[in-house]
Design a protein around this ligand. Sequence first.
Ligand code: GLY
Ligand code: MN
Ligand code: MN
Length: 506
Amino acid sequence: MTDAQTSSEQALTDRGSNRSQRPSSQAFRAFIADGWGPRPDGLPERSPAADFAAARRDAVGRLFPGERLVVPAGQLVTRNNDNDYRFRPHSAFAHLTGLGTDQEPDAVLVLHPLDAAAEGPTHEAVLYFRPRAGRDTEEFYADSRYGELWVGVRPSLEEVAAQTGLRTEHIDALADALAKDAGQVQLRVVPSSDAAVEAQVAAVREQAGLAASAAEADAGLAEALSELRLRKDDYEIGQMREAVAATARGFEDIVRNLPRAIEHPRGERVIEGVFGARAREEGNGLGYETIAAAGNHANTLHWINNDGQVRPGQLVLVDAGVEVDSLYTADVTRTLPVDGVFTEPQRRVYLAVLEAADASFARAGQPGVKFRDLHAEAMEVLATRLAEWGMLPGTAEESLAPEGQYHRRWMVHGTSHHLGLDVHDCALARREMYLDAELQPGMVFTIEPGLYFREDDLKVPEELRGIAVRIEDDILVREDGSVENLSAALPRTPEEIEAWMAGLRG
Ligand code: GLY
Ligand code: MN
Ligand code: MN
């Protein structure tokens, strides 16, 4: 046999085992299965999210009576070869189970329809997942994705049931559960959540002759789950407060470390790293990739390379958010003078953006205001200032008209988005529920105007070129319709920022 033949006979998918020297004798298997102490007694406490998640499931169930709703957590995602990314469940799954960090790869929440004629709940919720295997299994010591000796002790069915209040079943029972009453029960699965589960659902539909309307049915579920998150309950608001508080501590860390960032050839990475450390110490991690952009880099809206220098005299724009263990994230931007003091042109741009943010916030607290008005309010301020600076081809009014919009050259992004489990939360909601909807108690959203003057923009006065400013805060609509700036603990005015930085840097 030639080498060429040898290499073609072993499937590529089996090659990973070529480096393995794992023992496989019966004696070894018996030896490793034996001699372990007992598992700890007792069950975990019921999660503080459990009752809130139950109410959210009831709300979804009422929208789809008589239908089977399938909400996967998702699969582990390969980073490269046999390395996975850290697991994060799909946000819809987290919302409806109350589960957060690391829980639980391949799990699937199913809302099974109950008898339509009966009083009471419309569905029974069952959580299917792969519980930890016994120490007498190969998984225990040989499975690098799920095995106890590789990824730690994963939970049992009883433990997750106690934690969530859900009925739990082994994932092996899922296929039969999905096929139950096929043909009589409409199935909906969250799209783009778990390809394997979606394929299982598709097969059941195919057999039952329900395939024709499948995409529409799934889109309807995704939309409903997105809209369910537009108003946060008390548990979620508490988690948002924690995420913002941890984020504020991360910004303090950044200021303390600015001297080190200035010394470093990639000072932006120092800032990114300092904030990332706080996010991992206090929460699950980052809610999104940190933007640490010094000087002209801040004119690139999604500057996440963060490989530049941080120099005295520049501004540094930091857009960063801690995602707490329940997976709720903050989304905050502060634009700081690297050496602690704004120059006059920097201050001028900063004050225009601050004025826009404040105007938008003031509007948010007025009765009957629509989400889209937040942006309009900020744009009015920015257009006015840009006209004063002689940068617009006409008046502010002409620019604000739909056929003008010249001011948007210097702020091409939106002013606000909903915030929660996803940094851009509720993204599949209908326009009439999002942009065109009135603000409602429990909504949490950002206000984040900015001005971005690229260094090669010849329509910008020379002394303003290379300056970019964004101020981003996280806003809650309270029960009485008033608004609260959740991130107000982080200073916003130039004077407050300068005093805060001086205090932190001693
Ligand atoms: N950090 C993403 C955003 O501000 O929308
Ligand atoms: Mn944002
Ligand atoms: Mn942001």
